[in-house]
Design a protein around this ligand. Structure first.
Ligand SMILES: [Zn+2]
Ligand SMILES: [Zn+2]
Length: 327
């Protein structure tokens, strides 16, 4: 099969011919229909995340159809459409798993990082960590729900009841979170890269109350902010933008260093926290919610072999919505 595999020296991926993988016990073999590109894929190829599987095939927002099933795998029928997210395995037994935090599992393994992912014509996945997908979404629209949507959903829950919500970095995740937050009756304020007026226009078109550059002060005090941009300097900016008692959620897996900041901007019970990975419960909740909103996904389909160019565009910030590879 054709696969785009990690080329660590080039900080990119390259086309390789790989054997079609064989599903082990409890696994399904999927023919990949679509795989969205996530900023985390950039962190994998850039070496920001330690110890990827050598030559790993990235991609953890996979939509595929079951081709064959390994021993004991009976959750999905042959031909069923399923989604594969970032969390590819959790042990189910450690202190985190047993208290509902499988996203923090000691032995967790992640798709497209330690397990080969979806930048390929086929992929195998543990059926227990796959999701059934809502019929309302075409393959390329469903793919970005699997990380941009799921992690965004978890981050939004961590932001609590915030009525005025700031989103820093307006890409694939933020464009989905904004729609859910607006549907919930919140006001949304979009902070983009300075000069990215296209993203600001996109945010306003979705219904955001305000959109502007991330180095501008918030037009009104916010109740919470979610940071999707991997820029540590935005942490003090967001703390300054939230009111007393407000929450700042860092939703990315990697961020540049956070500069020193005065205690006064954290004081008054402001909360600074991160969000890591996802649980299967997050996935089930969000995939039930998305068609009710309904979340509309802005996705641009690209051939598999354009993965290097797509990653470069994401690195340069030249993407509104989500990029999706179609093998
Ligand atoms: Zn565990
Ligand atoms: Zn992701």
């Amino acid at each position: 099969m054709r696969a785009m595999a990690l080329d660590a020296a080039a900080r990119s991926v390259r086309l390789e011919s790989r054997a079609v993988p064989t599903p082990g016990p409890g696994q399904v073999l999927l023919r990949v229909a679509a795989c969205a590109i996530c900023r985390t894929d950039l962190h994998v190829v850039d070496g920001d995340l330690p110890d990827p599987k050598p030559g790993v095939i990235p991609g953890h927002e996979i939509v595929g159809r079951v081709v064959t099933r390994g021993e004991g795998a009976d959750r999905y029928a042959i031909g069923a459409r399923v989604g594969v997210p970032w969390l590819g395995f959790a042990c189910g037994e450690c202190r985190f798993c047993t208290r509902g935090q499988e996203n923090l599992c000691d032995a967790a393994r992640y798709t497209g990082y330690q397990i080969d992912g979806g930048y390929a014509e086929f992929a195998v996945a543990d059926e227990r960590f796959c999701f059934a997908l809502p019929d309302a979404y075409a393959d390329i629209e469903a793919a970005p729900l699997l990380c941009a949507g799921l992690i965004g959903h978890r981050a939004l829950r961590m932001a609590g009841e915030a009525r005025r919500l700031g989103l820093y970095g307006f890409g694939a995740a933020a464009h989905i979170v904004a729609q859910v937050a607006l549907w919930e009756g919140r006001e949304v304020f979009a902070f983009t890269s300075p000069g990215d007026t296209a993203a600001q226009d996109f945010a306003r078109a979705l219904g955001c109350a305000w959109a502007g550059p991330s180095d501008a002060p918030a037009p009104v005090p916010l109740d919470a902010a979610i940071l999707f941009a991997p820029v540590g300097a935005l942490v003090p900016a967001a703390l300054r933008a939230v009111e007393r008692g407000g929450t700042v959620v860092c939703a990315g897996i990697h961020m540049s260093d956070i500069p020193a900041f005065p205690y006064a901007i954290l004081w008054q019970e402001r909360v600074l926290r991160s969000v890591a990975n996802l649980t299967r419960r997050d996935g089930e909740e969000f995939l039930a919610l998305a068609p009710r909103v309904p979340v509309r996904v802005s996705a641009e389909a690209l051939p598999l072999t354009e993965a290097p160019a797509a990653l470069a565009r994401l690195r340069a910030g030249q993407v509104a919505g989500a990029l999706v590879l179609v093998p």
